[in-house]
Structure formats: C-alpha cells, structure tokens
Ligand binder design. Structure first.
Ligand code: PEP
Ligand code: MN
Length: 329
C-alpha cells in the first residue's frame, strides 16, 4: 500500500497517526511530495481510516495477488466434517508411513475411539535420503482407505507426483501437498483437477505470500478449497527439527479467516513437546491438528522419534477438547 500526502502536509504528524493505527511505514520523498510505503507485516487497516487522517491525499492498494484465496469459502467440508474458524478443532492422526494393512487397521481403530476423524498416513513418502523407506505406494492407499472406512473416518495422504494424482484422489478426501512440493506448480495443477480439497503444507523456506500464491494455483486449477498446514520452517537452530511459526497461524486464521491446521510433529521432531505445541497452536487460532501416531515408535519405518503412542494421542485429544470447550475464541 502506498500513501501519498497532500503538498504541505506535516509528514511526522501523519507518520505518528499511521503508526498508531498499527502500520509499519517507510518514508520516501520526491520533489515536494512525501509518500509512505506500508510494510506487508502491518496490521490490516481500512483504506477509509487512512484517508480520514488530515493531510493524506491518496491511498493506492496494489491488485490482490491471490483473489481466489481472498474470496474462498472460510470453511472446508471434509465428508461430514467442517474445518475452519468457528468450527470445533479437527484432529488428524496416524503414522508417518502406512507400513502394513494390520498396522493401519489397528491404529485406525484406536484413533477412532479417541475421537480422531481424519486418518493420515503416507503411501508415497518424500524422504530426504533415497536410501530411506519410500512408502509402499498404491497398495498402501487401499489399506488406508479400508481402515478409515471401517470407522467412518476421512483420509488425508500425500501426492508426490502428477502421475499419482488420480489414484490418490480416488482413495482420499483431502490431498496433501508436502512441504518439499509447495512450489511444485505442475503438481499443484494436477492435484487440483480432482474436485478434492487440498492440504497445502507450507514449504520449509516459504514466505506466507508464497504459500498463499500456491493456494491460488490450487483454486485456479479447480480445487474446491485449501486447508493450510503450518509444519515448521527452517531456522538457524537445530535444537528442534524446525521452527513452528505460530505468528503465521494467527495471521492466516485471525486476520484472513482462512482454515489452518498445525502439524506439530514435523515442526518440533520430538514427541515430548507435541502436547505443548498442540495447545499453543489451538490458542493461536488453528482449526485442527495433524499429529503422527505409531503403536511402536521404536520400529517405525519413518519419523519414530516424533510419533505419539495411541494412548498418548487419546489423552491429548481428550484434554484439548475439554480445554477448547472452556474457551470462547
Ligand atoms: C508428512 O506429513 O508425512 C510429511 C512428509 O510432512 P512434510 O511434508 O511437512 O515434511
Ligand atoms: Mn513424517
């Protein structure tokens, strides 16, 4: 946003009024004119409130970079579930990888009893090392769907390649784009053609604007909705696996009213910190959580150190549900 002052206006008085509104501004001068550029991390303020300041001549707002995201429905439907601000939190849980049919059926039954309505599990795994377990592929999609159907659960699972988009869409209710693929626009286009909402994980080094633009790709190419998933961004500090950006969660949910969920598992990388981050995420405005859960983390084929046991997940869901009931957002 660019704010142009009237000739002869008092820039310092106007700067103070803008700061008081919550705007971060940078001053530029050219000839006898002064303009203020508003930084993107400012509070959103109505144009009219700025125009009402004495000495402000004009306010120019650039065309929105993501008009469909700005206009998209604020609540995403997932079978009989509603996910978004104002709705009860949606819990998504399951193993990092779908390891076998008995494994996913066993977990699904325990998670369903705990109140989890969306079953997660990777069939196609984006692993940093080519030597690590890559997922069982298509056969695991069938195991996952069957396990979820036994308990009336929805399915979320990752699509890694354009060629797999239709088979993943046949088996799942929410199509996950992993952090490593948030910028893979060909994949975003392919995934969005299937009439299913997309769970768009934030790229590990992506800005919020880039994340919103990737969501715009999904909507332009036919996705009926996008659920944003904050899963931690890279930081200079390796003490935790990533850095959970709760400011972005509060911004997307509180200011833009967009449906956001948090994946504390990949954000922090260790199971003992997941309850605290889950609580903080809901307090920041997240509409749901996605938490990795495994019956035997020590033998998990991927991400064992961050997996909760099914009982731990059940008590976390129970306490979060009680706490949510006490708070009015
Ligand atoms: C996952 O959810 O299984 C996953 C690989 O996550 P991310 O893309 O956030 O690393
Ligand atoms: Mn994982």
């Amino acid at each position: 946003m660019i704010i142009t002052l009237e000739r002869g206006a008092e820039p310092e008085t106007i700067r103070r009024a803008l700061v008081a509104l919550g705007l971060w501004v940078e001053r530029f001068e050219g000839g006898d004119r002064v303009v203020f550029k508003v930084e993107p991390h400012s509070r959103s303020v109505d144009r009219e409130a700025i125009l009402a300041i004495r000495g402000v001549e004009a306010v120019a707002t650039p065309k929105a970079a993501h008009p469909l995201v700005d206009a998209m429905p604020r609540v995403v439907a997932l079978r009989d579930l509603s996910l978004g601000t104002g709705c009860p939190p949606v819990f998504m849980a399951g193993p990092c990888s779908v390891e076998s049919e008995p494994q996913i059926r066993g977990i699904a039954s325990r998670l369903a009893k705990a109140g989890v309505r969306v079953l997660r599990g990777g069939a196609f795994k984006p692993r940093t090392s080519p030597y690590a377990f890559q997922g069982h592929g298509e056969v695991a999609l069938g195991w996952l769907r069957k396990a979820a159907d036994e308990h009336g659960m929805a399915v979320v699972t990752e699509v890694m390649s354009e060629k797999d988009a239709s088979v993943v869409a046949e088996h799942s209710d929410l199509l996950q784009i992993g952090s490593r693929n948030m910028h893979n626009y060909a994949l975003l286009k392919a995934v969005s053609k299937h009439g299913r909402p997309v769970l768009l994980k934030r790229g590990m080094a992506a800005t919020v604007e880039e994340w919103l633009s990737s969501a715009e790709y999904c909507l332009v190419h036919g996705a009926p909705g996008v659920v944003f998933c904050e899963r931690g961004i890279r930081s200079f500090d390796a003490t935790t696996r990533n850095l959970l950006d709760l400011g972005a969660v509060a911004l997307l949910s509180g200011v833009h009213q967009l449906p956001v969920v948090v994946d504390p598992s990949h954000a922090v990388g260790r199971r003992d910190l997941i309850p605290a981050l889950s609580r903080a995420s809901l307090a920041a405005g997240a509409s749901g959580l996605m938490i990795e859960t495994h019956p035997e983390p020590g033998v998990a084929l991927s991400d064992g150190p961050q997996a909760l046991l099914p009982d731990e997940l059940a008590s976390l869901v129970e306490s979060l549900t009680k706490e949510e009931g006490r708070h009015v957002r």
